[in-house]
Design a protein around this ligand. Structure first.
Ligand code: GDP
Length: 456
């Protein structure tokens, strides 16, 4: 298998877990490059449920190497808790899990700052997971972060921690009027963590590039999604890292010339968790139907996800900024009972004389007030979960998929019609290559024309 990056093309929860799991079978190294322990995979191992937030799911595949790259922020306590969960099931991580010595740490004061800051924001809150990920990235960029390599050197670690705790305590007490942290207790606890993590910490840039030199294949597993990316997402309702494909280079030290393909995962409709603009959101019975059929409730929080029609503007932007070579459409089965299916090809901008945007505006005001322009297609009204080949999909389903493919400008390589591995349809690679040549990502002519037509 070539070296592949898998990214979400919407606002997360696209079903990347299943696709990564499928591709992990064929890869030698499975690599996380950004985010923290806010991602989530539920793995069934020997009939037992195990939830992983930080460690790639490949850890349960014998012979695979899992890597947490330098672009990830690591909460040592959370990582050790996951390792214990895995080892409790008789799987050792020694020799199969490595953590970058350049990865930054999430420390207890990051969690406290995030929690208090969200409370302070009230209605303007971002809807973070409260795990300290944002503040850890903020420290990294402010050049006061503490890295794995620093944790491994007790004296240096203590000095850095002392300086930071002083500053953070001042901030917590003065601004948020809450108690601060105690240096000795935190130092002692984290030295204990350091001892346990030491065998896993290494220069993963060397590990990964050597692996490529030896002809091994790498699977880069993106967490969150393109529209939550700190640069390309709906800022400020984003995550603090580079979730798009470029992040795979920055977050691992593997150069762009060594990556062969980028697969974008998109649901056949759209969902979003928490705050932020969502042009195709359905605040009606149709939205509730998608929510129920797709089981769109947060895995850990149980929070209902906002649901809406597929948004080709969103996914086309993702195709461009990630340089997608292929698209994976998941949860097609969720649309099985829809009489009519709509998808958005453009946004009519408010107060601009009916101007239709076919690209994501950077302005949140424009995005919040725009009217989606839809195309409508008939539904297929038959179950698709048992179908295993593209040709056997109902004609209306193929018409929908091909319309999406044209509107996005990227060939569909896989279609998922259920949560099980075998509920996946692979399209012939040669046909996909032909389609790739015919649908360049940079071209939006088809969509622009379709949007204009739909808008009358
Ligand atoms: P991720 O964060 O992108 O990995 O997405 P999630 O882990 O939240 O995945 C969403 C859920 O959808 C999981 O429970 C999957 O088992 C499920 N899922 C994935 N693909 C499909 C599909 O094609 N059809 C259905 N019905 N469920 C799916």
């Amino acid at each position: 298998m070539p070296n592949i990056v898998v990214v979400g093309t919407q606002w997360g929860d696209e079903g990347k877990g299943k696709i990564v799991d499928l591709l992990a079978e064929r890869a030698d190294y499975i690599v996380r490059y950004q985010g923290g322990h806010n991602a989530g995979h539920t793995i069934i191992y020997k009939g037992d449920v195990c939830v992983l937030h930080l460690i790639p799911s490949g850890i349960f595949h014998p012979g695979k190497i899992c890597v947490i790259g330098n672009g990830v922020v690591v909460d040592p306590a959370a990582l050790l808790a996951e390792i214990s969960e895995i080892e409790r099931r008789g799987v050792s991580v020694r020799g199969s899990l490595f953590v970058s010595d350049r990865a930054h740490l999430i420390l207890p004061y990051h969690r406290a700052i995030e929690r208090e800051s969200e409370k302070h924001k009230g209605a303007r809150k971002i809807g973070t997971t409260g795990r300290g990920i944002g503040p850890a990235y903020a420290d990294k960029v402010a050049r006061i972060g503490i890295r794995m390599a620093d944790l491994m050197e007790p004296k240096l670690f203590r000095d850095r921690l002392a300086t930071n705790i002083d500053e953070m305590n001042e901030f917590l007490r003065q601004i948020f009027k809450v108690k601060g942290f105690e240096l000795d207790a935190m130092y002692k606890e984290y030295c204990g963590h350091a001892d346990r993590l030491r065998p896993l910490v290494t220069d993963t840039t060397v590990l990964l590039n050597d692996a490529i030199d030896r002809g091994k294949s790498l699977l880069f597993e993106g967490a969150q999604a393109t529209h939550l990316d700190v640069d390309f997402g709906t800022y400020p309702y984003v995550t603090s890292s580079s979730a798009s494909a470029g992040g795979a280079c920055i977050g691992t030290g593997v150069g762009p010339t060594r990556i062969d393909a980028v697969l974008g995962v998109a649901k056949a409709y759209t969902t979003r968790v928490g705050s932020g603009p969502f042009p195709t959101e359905l605040n009606n019975a149709q939205g509730q139907e998608l929510q129920a059929a797709g089981r769109e409730f947060g895995a850990t929080t149980g929070r209902p996800r906002r649901c809406g029609w597929f948004d080709a503007v969103l996914v086309r932007t993702a195709a461009r900024v990630n340089g997608l070579t292929g698209l994976v459409i998941t949860k097609l089965d969720v649309l099985d009972r829809c009489r009519e299916i709509r998808f958005c090809t453009g946004y009519r901008l408010h107060g601009m004389g009916g101007k239709i945007a076919t690209e994501m505006p950077a302005s949140m005001t424009a995005l919040e007030s725009c009217q989606p322009v839809y195309e409508t297609l008939p539904g297929w009204l038959v179950p698709t979960t048992q179908i295993r080949t593209y040709a056997k999909l109902p004609k209306a389903a193929r018409t929908y998929l091909e319309a999406v493919e044209r509107a996005v400008g990227c060939p569909i390589e896989l279609v998922s019609t259920g949560s099980k591995r075998e509920e996946t349809i692979e399209r012939a690679p040669r046909a996909a290559a032909r389609r790739r040549r015919a649908t360049p990502v940079s071209s939006n002519r088809i969509t622009t024309r379709a949007a204009r037509k739909a808008a009358g």
